[in-house]
Design a protein around this ligand. Structure first.
Ligand code: GMT
Length: 373
C-alpha cells in the first residue's frame, strides 16, 4: 500500500507512535510518505521506501497567523499526486484530520482514504474546546476509519462528541528487542548518585504534574538512598527544579533534558513515576515496562489498560503523593519484590508488541480500501 502519515514532530507520544509505525510499515514493504511541518525526532535517517515532505511556512503582511491547516492540505494533495498515495493516516484530529479531509475533497480523482488516530489531547484538552469542537466532531465522523489508542479514549470521544460511527481501539506499541539491547555509550552523563534510581520522562507540561514527581521522590528519600532522573523538558521544568531545592533534595535530582533515545536511559531506572492529571495511554509507561521498569502512576485515562495494578506497578489517585511514595517504597524496598514487578512488566509489555499492533493498522487500511470497491 502507499500511505501518507501526518503527525506532530515535537517531543510527544503521538509523533513517536506515528514515526515508528511508518518505519515498520516500510519494512513490511509499504511505501510511506511522512508529511509534517518539521523534521521528525525518530526519523534522523530516511529508510528505504520512506520519504519525508516538509510543509513550507508562508508569510504575507496581511496574514497575522500562518494558515497551517490549509498549507498542510495543499501539501498533502501535491504529495498524494506525486506518490500515488491511497491512504492518509493522520495522528490527531486537530488539525490534521480536517486538513486530510480538505485534501480528499479537493482531489476527488485520487480517491484518498483518511484514517484518523485519536491520541488524547485532541479529544480531552484541545479538540473539545468550543474553538475547535464542531470541526473536530465533523472530522471524526467523516474520516474513513478512526482509531483510539485506548478503550478509555474511545469511550471519551464517543461521549464528548456524541459520535455515532465505529471507532477501533488500536493500542500503542513497542519493539521488545530495542529494549533488550544494551547501549552504554548512549547514556547521557549524570552527576547525582543514589542506590536506586527513580525516573520521570515527559514533555513537562502542567498535565504531567512534575511537581508531584519531586514530592514523591522527597518522601522516598526519607527511607532510601535514591536519586531521581528527570528526563525531557518543557514549561513546568523550572517549577520542579525549584521544588527540589525547597524540599532539600536538589543534590539527588538530575534534570537530564531531552534525550533522543529513550531505551538506554531507561536501563538506568528502577522505577518510573508518572503522576499525570490525565493520560490517554501513557506510552512512556509501556516503554518503561518493556525495559523491565515497574511504574507508579495515577489511576487516570488509559493508564489502567497499560499498567496492571499490583503486578507491573501501582496506580494511585491524582495528587495522592503519600500513596505513590508508599507504593514506590513497596517496590524498591525489597529486591525480590522489585524483581517480580520487573519481570511482570516485561512480560505484560509483550502484549503491545509492534508485530501485533502494526498488523491491526494494516487490516484497517485494507478495510477502507476494500470498502470503496
Ligand atoms: O502527553 C504527551 O506527552 C504528548 C501527547 C501527544 O500527543 O504526543 O501524548 C498523547 O498521546 C500519546 C500517544 O498515543 C499517549 O501515550 C499519551 O497518553 C497522550 N497524552 C495525553 O493524553 C495527555
Amino acid at each position: 500500500m502507499r500511505i501518507g502519515i501526518t503527525c506532530y514532530p515535537t517531543h510527544g507520544g503521538s509523533g513517536v507512535v506515528a514515526t515508528e509505525l511508518g518505519k515498520h510499515l516500510a519494512r513490511a514493504g509499504h511505501e510511506v510518505a511522512f508529511i509534517s511541518y518539521a523534521a521528525l525526532l525518530r526519523l534522523s535517517e530516511i529508510p528505504e521506501r520512506v520519504s519525508f515532505h516538509e510543509v513550507e511556512g508562508y508569510s504575507y503582511p496581511l496574514l497575522q497567523n500562518y494558515p497551517h491547516g490549509v498549507a498542510l492540505a495543499s501539501k498533502i494533495v501535491s504529495v498524494a499526486r506525486m506518490r500515488h498515495l491511497q491512504i492518509l493516516h493522520v495522528h490527531y484530529a486537530i488539525p490534521f484530520a480536517a486538513s486530510a479531509l480538505m485534501a480528499k475533497y479537493a482531489a476527488p480523482e485520487l480517491d484518498l482514504k483518511v484514517v484518523t488516530t485519536l491520541h488524547g489531547t485532541d479529544i480531552t484538552l484541545v479538540g473539545s474546546d468550543p474553538t475547535f469542537r464542531p470541526i473536530t466532531r465533523w472530522a471524526i465522523e467523516q474520516s474513513d476509519a478512526v482509531t483510539a489508542v485506548s478503550q478509555w479514549l474511545h469511550d471519551e470521544a464517543v461521549k464528548e462528541f456524541a459520535i455515532r460511527r465505529p471507532i477501533d481501539v488500536v493500542y500503542n506499541f513497542i519493539d521488545p528487542e530495542r529494549h533488550a539491547r544494551p547501549c552504554p555509550g548512549c547514556i547521557p552523563p549524570v552527576s547525582c548518585s543514589g542506590e536506586v534510581t527513580l525516573m520521570h520522562i515527559s514533555n513537562f507540561r502542567p498535565v504531567k504534574r512534575t511537581e508531584d514527581v519531586v514530592r514523591v521522590f522527597a518522601r522516598v528519600r526519607e527511607h532510601l538512598e535514591a536519586r531521581l532522573l528527570m528526563v525531557g523538558d518543557g514549561p513546568a521544568a523550572g517549577a520542579a527544579q525549584q521544588l527540589a531545592v525547597d524540599l532539600g533534595v536538589a543534590d539527588r535530582v538530575c534534570f537530564v533534558g531531552i534525550v533522543e533515545q529513550i531505551e538506554p536511559i531507561l536501563q538506568q531506572a528502577d522505577l518510573l513515576l508518572l503522576p499525570s492529571e490525565t493520560e490517554s495511554f501513557g506510552l512512556v509507561a509501556l516503554e518503561a515496562m518493556a525495559s523491565g521498569v515497574p511504574v507508579v502512576a495515577t489511576h487516570v485515562g488509559g493508564l489502567p489498560e497499560v499498567v496492571s495494578h499490583g503486578e507491573t506497578g501501582f496506580l494511585a489517585p491524582v495528587g495522592d503523593v503519600d500513596a505513590m511514595a508508599a507504593y514506590a517504597l513497596q517496590i524498591l524496598g525489597d529486591r525480590a519484590v522489585h524483581r517480580r514487578f520487573a519481570d511482570a512488566s516485561r512480560e505484560r509489555a509483550r502484549l503491545f508488541d509492534y508485530r501485533e499492533i502494526v498488523g491491526q493498522y494494516e487490516a484497517i487500511y485494507e478495510r477502507v480500501l476494500w470498502q470503496s470497491h
